[in-house]
Write a protein that binds this ligand. Structure first.
Ligand SMILES: C[S@@+](CC[C@H](N)C(=O)[O-])C[C@H]1O[C@@H](n2cnc3c(N)ncnc32)[C@H](O)[C@@H]1O
Length: 203
């Protein structure tokens, strides 16, 4: 499993995540970021070309050394960028130290997503914002049925990815007030493609 996780999976993640349909989400979510930004689960760095505007610094956190190495080789904005190998469940940053936390298609994969969200809340400054684009639990019973049945095998192949997480509810349960939430499907099999995009602030 080590060879798959360390050599194959990072490449699969990079190929799956660079699909064109996701770029509009990346553009909108990253455009809302400003100041010192923590990107949780930065992966292979596919959001980096979208940073600019009022962003002064990016901190990219990810537990995968292989994905972080790919992010370091990705197109880089002209900004200070720090890469940290670590988990969102124990963010190695001071309390109230970032203006925005950004996460794209990562809450599905973090083993304890609520703990990670509480950590994101901790590191946000007063007035800071959580920006997200994620996939998760669909509203239709038939799609949910498939999401629940596929998740046990899918997460083994997909680096811990759950298809059936209720992203809006998880964010709210970790002490955030969701201020914008838009749901949509992108192209592809419905159990995999129900999107949650928006922003939230610590309550
Ligand atoms: C589907 S990929 C998305 C990558 C990237 N955010 C993107 O938009 O292309 C899921 C990411 O979550 C990261 N991840 C998994 N567990 C994590 C954890 N405990 N803390 C932070 N990131 C985690 C993975 O290493 C991977 O980079």
């Amino acid at each position: 499993m080590g060879f798959y996780r360390n050599r194959i999976l990072p490449r699969l993640i990079h190929c799956a995540m660079r699909q064109d349909d996701l770029k509009a989400y990346r553009g909108r979510v990253v455009a809302a970021a400003a100041g010192r930004v923590l990107e949780v689960g930065i992966g292979s760095g596919l959001n980096m070309p979208f940073y600019g505007g009022g962003v002064t610094e990016v901190i990219g956190l990810d537990p995968s050394a292989q994905l972080l190495a790919m992010a370091q080789r990705a197109i880089r904005p002209k900004l200070p960028i720090e890469f940290i190998e670590g988990s969102a469940e124990a963010i190695p940053l001071e309390t109230a130290s970032v203006d925005a936390v950004l996460t794209t298609w990562t809450l599905c994969s973090i083993p304890d997503a609520v703990r990670a969200l509480r950590e994101m809340r901790r590191v946000l400054k007063i007035g800071g914002v959580l920006l997200f684009a994620e996939h998760g639990r669909a509203p239709e019973m038939g799609v949910r049925w498939w999401q629940d049945r596929l998740t046990p095998i899918w997460k083994r192949l997909g680096g811990g990815c759950h298809l059936n997480r209720p992203i809006g509810d998880l964010i709210a349960s970790a002490g955030f007030r969701v201020e914008r939430l838009e749901n949509s499907y992108v192209r592809g099999p419905r159990p995999l493609t129900y999107m949650y995009e928006g922003s939230a602030r610590p309550r």
